[in-house]
Design a binder for this molecule. Structure first.
Ligand SMILES: Cc1ncc(COP(=O)(O)O)c(C=O)c1O
Length: 412
């Protein structure tokens, strides 16, 4: 399987847009990825040709919707090497998946959740709420800047917890430090003490092969919209016996097989018990098309391409010397293709607006939903975050490097 970025770019209509006679450079994929026409066409196909609900009505449109939704679940399961499609629960996004996943705990105040300070708000705010309500004890490990998520740090925290009474929730790839963690090693440490490992795969699933059995994790949250998929779609993967133990967050139609008033409710098994009410069927079916698209390109190829982009970006940032500093590890092999750049006294939003105005470069500025981490590092001006994906080119990264250097020169 060969990977040609020029061929890939033809699949993304948004990349053909221009402003002021100049092409656009989209490098905000850690927030939201662009969509290939294959995914958009599938979504439009559902809305134009057979819009119906899955699993309920006996007619042709409904049967078609049901079949395609079932196929999508199988595609996702195969893609992540789940043991069975019933281990995949559709959610709106990673946030919902993590909220659901923590339900593996009793939440009776005796258990601990371990997270790190660079965690995305979706992997920390809920835990803070639970702690404030007396339902868990929370241990937030302060992430060292250049060695994010050190194994020793996790090991120490795990050893301080009561065996079998904790959950560790970590991002496989951080959306600010870009650090990749050693998931397999951490899983071993957690399981030696009979804890649970909930993996936030929001920034890894779109960019590298993710094999849930090989990684040895228990539960995982993913957003499809960061993986060229539809918005409002994600999933929770979990070992089936764990999903059986988790209580649904929302109840209603399709979560039960029978009901007798006043007090008899027969719940359906996972994943149905979690998927209450009519679903985002177009999104589910387009998620299947997303998996087809990524599989067709090959996750190893995508990862390799992005590593190259990352190296070019890191070289450009290094050339800026001490005018900027980079969050996360310096070794490109330990990093994903994104960077949160601290420009000292320069406000990150102002630079982002200038890049957009001057060069059609679209990227994110601010705290990137990691408020606590930015406060820990006293980065009041926020950071500038380019994040590259399968459709970006080396030339685009070079233009970003040049334009950033120009702007920083003007400010300094
Ligand atoms: C590391 C990480 N975790 C979780 C999330 C939350 O994803 P979503 O907003 O799609 O639920 C994000 C989103 O940027 C993220 O980067």
């Amino acid at each position: 399987m060969t990977f040609s970025v020029e061929k890939v770019r033809n699949d993304f209509p948004a990349l053909k847009r221009e402003r002021n006679g100049k092409p656009i450079i989209y490098c905000d994929s850690a927030c939201m990825a662009l969509k290939p026409k294959q995914v958009v066409d599938t979504l439009v196909g559902y809305y134009t040709e057979y819009t119906a609900c899955a699993g309920r009505s006996p007619h042709m449109f409904s049967r078609e919707t049901t079949k395609r939704c079932d196929e999508s679940r199988v595609k996702v399961a195969n893609f992540i090497n789940a043991k069975d499609p019933s281990e995949v629960v559709w959610t709106r996004n990673t946030t919902e998946a993590l909220n659901l996943g923590c339900g593996i705990l009793e939440l009776d105040g005796t258990e601990t959740i371990i997270a790190t300070s660079e965690s995305h708000n979706s992997n920390i705010v809920k835990w803070m709420f639970l702690e404030n309500a007396g339902k868990i004890k929370l241990k937030v490990l302060e992430t060292p800047l250049d060695h994010p998520c050190e194994i020793e740090l996790i090991e120490k925290a795990v050893n301080e917890c009561e065996s079998g009474k904790f959950l560790v929730s970590l991002a496989q790839v951080s959306n600010v430090t870009a650090a990749k963690i050693d998931v397999k090693e951490i899983a071993k440490i957690i399981h030696e003490r009979e804890g649970y490992f909930l993996l936030d795969a929001a920034q890894s699933f779109p960019h590298m092969p993710v094999d849930v059995q090989d990684l040895g994790i228990d539960l995982m949250g993913v957003s499809m919209h960061k993986a060229c998929g539809p918005t409002g779609m994600g999933f929770l993967w979990g070992k089936y016996h764990l999903l059986e133990k988790i209580k649904p967050l929302i109840l209603g139609g399709e979560t039960v097989s029978d009901v007798y008033i006043p007090d008899q409710i027969v719940m359906l098994p996972p994943p149905s018990k979690f998927e209450a009410g009519l679903q985002n069927y177009g999104g589910i079916i387009a998620s299947g098309a997303t998996i087809d698209y990524l599989s067709g390109l090959g996750m190893e190829n995508i990862h390799k391409h992005e590593q190259r982009l990352s190296e070019v970006m890191l070289k450009g940032i290094a050339e800026l010397g001490d005018k900027v500093s980079l969050l996360g590890p310096k070794d490109p092999k330990q990093r994903a293709a994104l960077a949160a750049i601290d420009m000292k006294d320069i406000n990150s939003h102002e630079v982002a607006i200038l890049l957009d105005d001057m060069a059609n470069i679209m990227l994110r500025s601010g705290y990137h939903c990691t408020h606590a981490f930015h406060h820990q590092l006293e980065l009041d001006q926020g950071t500038l975050r380019p994040s590259w994906y399968l459709y970006n080119t080396v030339d685009e990264v070079k233009i970003f490097n040049e334009k950033l250097a120009e702007i920083i020169d003007v400010f300094s």
